[in-house]
Ligand binder design. Structure first.
Ligand code: ADP
Ligand code: ASP
Ligand code: MG
Length: 417
């Protein structure tokens, strides 16, 4: 079986959905499992709904209507005939969604987040599956919550591989096209969970691992993995072939073209990952597979925006040593702050973190009781793999460098623009 993952950008409007059909026509759809994300920026729009819900904002209903309007417009563009059964299916998902919003009693933000945000994927896959049938590619819609089982760490759930493996093995072996949701899973009580933002690539890897798939292809709006994000760097170059190791490093440092959790399950079973353009599906794109990196190593640039640089020093002239550091890390972990860089000296300790869950200010309050705390908001973290003098100059040009760190292969620079 081949696993194809189509992200939000590829299905942002009716022509995107039509394009998925065209891609399948060109590259084949027999024995394919299609994993689809929420359409366009739907996940962000649903995050607004969740915020309005918790703020008890008068805009709550308007924000829900906006999500509905966007999807119904796509439906009208695709099917024209409002009597098509897809309208009933989508109506019923939206009815469940609105019922949840009306009747929920749980004050748990992360729980509510997952119950709501998952409708993005539930609805996108319903539309995709119906559209494929409508155009003559017979497809079967699967509810991923019956397959991917996780713990109940809502918004960042951990996969229970044993149960997931058992469930996925039950998928029928008939050579068909299956369509299911990225990013979503469910816990042992059947409540919906999610795997972390941008987690649909990871869903592809989970299915591939459990099905011993032939390959995974993630279809993107770029030609493949490049040596830099073309949004921020001119002259970004396509990398034709890279090793799992190199791809893991790039994703780990934040090359957002591949979700970092995707690669290790694939590497374990040596399942190749192809990153290809949904605009030019017949081009080879990037192949991530076993082996050495054959090509000369180009410097690869990765930028993470909107980071925080937190610096701590002791109040009482003591050194920041193992005991303090372990306490600081325990607190970072408790607050679910993802650390992307660490630097320490005798009397000060700095970390670059991303405040994904809005817990940073609370952490600062706690740390301020024991340390002198300072921080810079909205800084950028640049990482250059295989750096050279020229690459370093490119990154630091016309920026204030707050911190620089170098190892043999990797340069990291925290800058204020
Ligand atoms: P999806 O629609 O699957 O969610 P994303 O938007 O998450 O797709 O990923 C594709 C984007 O990743 C590209 O548009 C590009 O701006 C960005 N990107 C970041 N780093 C790289 C890189 N090294 N190579 C290619 N694209 C990159
Ligand atoms: N829809 C989810 C998100 O936007 C998951 C994904 O697209 O990978 O984060
Ligand atoms: Mg994405």
């Amino acid at each position: 079986m081949r696993i194809f993952k189509f992200g939000g950008a590829s299905v942002k409007d009716a022509s995107g959905v039509k394009n998925v059909f065209d891609v399948l026509q060109k590259v084949g759809y027999e024995d394919v499992l299609l994993i689809v994300s929420a359409m366009g920026k739907t996940t962000n729009a649903l995050e607004v709904v969740i915020k309005n819900y918790f703020d008890k904002s008068p805009d709550l209903n308007a924000s829900i209507q906006e999500v509905k309007k966007y999807h119904y417009q796509i439906l009208l563009d695709l099917f024209e005939d409002e009597d098509h059964e897809v309208f009933l299916d989508v109506d019923s998902h939206f009815a469940d969604f609105e019922y949840f919003v009306r009747s929920n009693k749980s004050p748990n933000y992360n729980f509510v987040y997952d119950q709501i945000v998952s409708y993005g994927e539930i609805i996108s896959t319903t539309i995709l599956s119906h559209y494929m049938n409508f155009r003559g590619i017979s497809s079967q819609w699967l509810d991923v919550r019956n397959y991917i089982k996780t713990d109940n760490t809502y918004r960042d759930a951990n996969v229970d591989w044993d149960i997931t493996q058992k469930n996925i093995s039950k998928i029928s072996k008939k050579k068909s096209l299956f369509v299911t949701q990225g990013f979503v899973g469910s816990d042992e009580n059947g409540f919906t969970t999610t795997l972390g933002r941008e987690g649909s690539d990871y869903t592809g890897a989970i299915f591939a691992y459990c099905l011993n798939a032939e390959s995974v292809t993630i279809w993107k709006d770029v030609p493949g993995v490049m040596n830099a994000d073309p949004r921020y760097f001119e002259n970004a170059t396509l990398l034709n072939q890279i090793s799992y190791r190199e791809a893991i490093e790039l994703a780990f440092y934040g090359a957002s073209v591949i979700h970092p959790k995707t690669l290790q399950p694939l590497q374990r079973k040596e399942i190749p990952l192809y990153v290809k353009s949904f605009v030019n599906p017949l081009l080879p794109g990037t192949s991530v597979s076993k082996g050495e990196d054959l090509e000369p190593k180009l410097p690869c640039f990765i930028v993470k925006k909107n980071q925080l640089l937190l610096s701590l020093s002791s109040i009482d002239f003591s050194f920041i040593m193992e005991e303090n550091i372990s306490e600081i890390f325990a607190l970072l972990h408790q607050h679910k702050l993802k650390v992307s860089l660490i630097q320490n000296s005798a009397i000060s300790f700095s970390v670059c973190v991303e405040d994904k869950f809005g817990t940073f200010k609370e952490l600062v309050k706690i740390l301020s009781k024991k340390f002198k705390v300072s921080y810079n908001e909205n800084v950028s973290l640049y990482t250059v793999r295989h750096f050279d003098e020229k690459a370093m100059k490119t990154v630091e040009k016309s920026k204030t460098v707050l911190l620089r760190q170098m190892s043999r292969e990797t340069l990291q620079v925290v800058t204020k623009e």
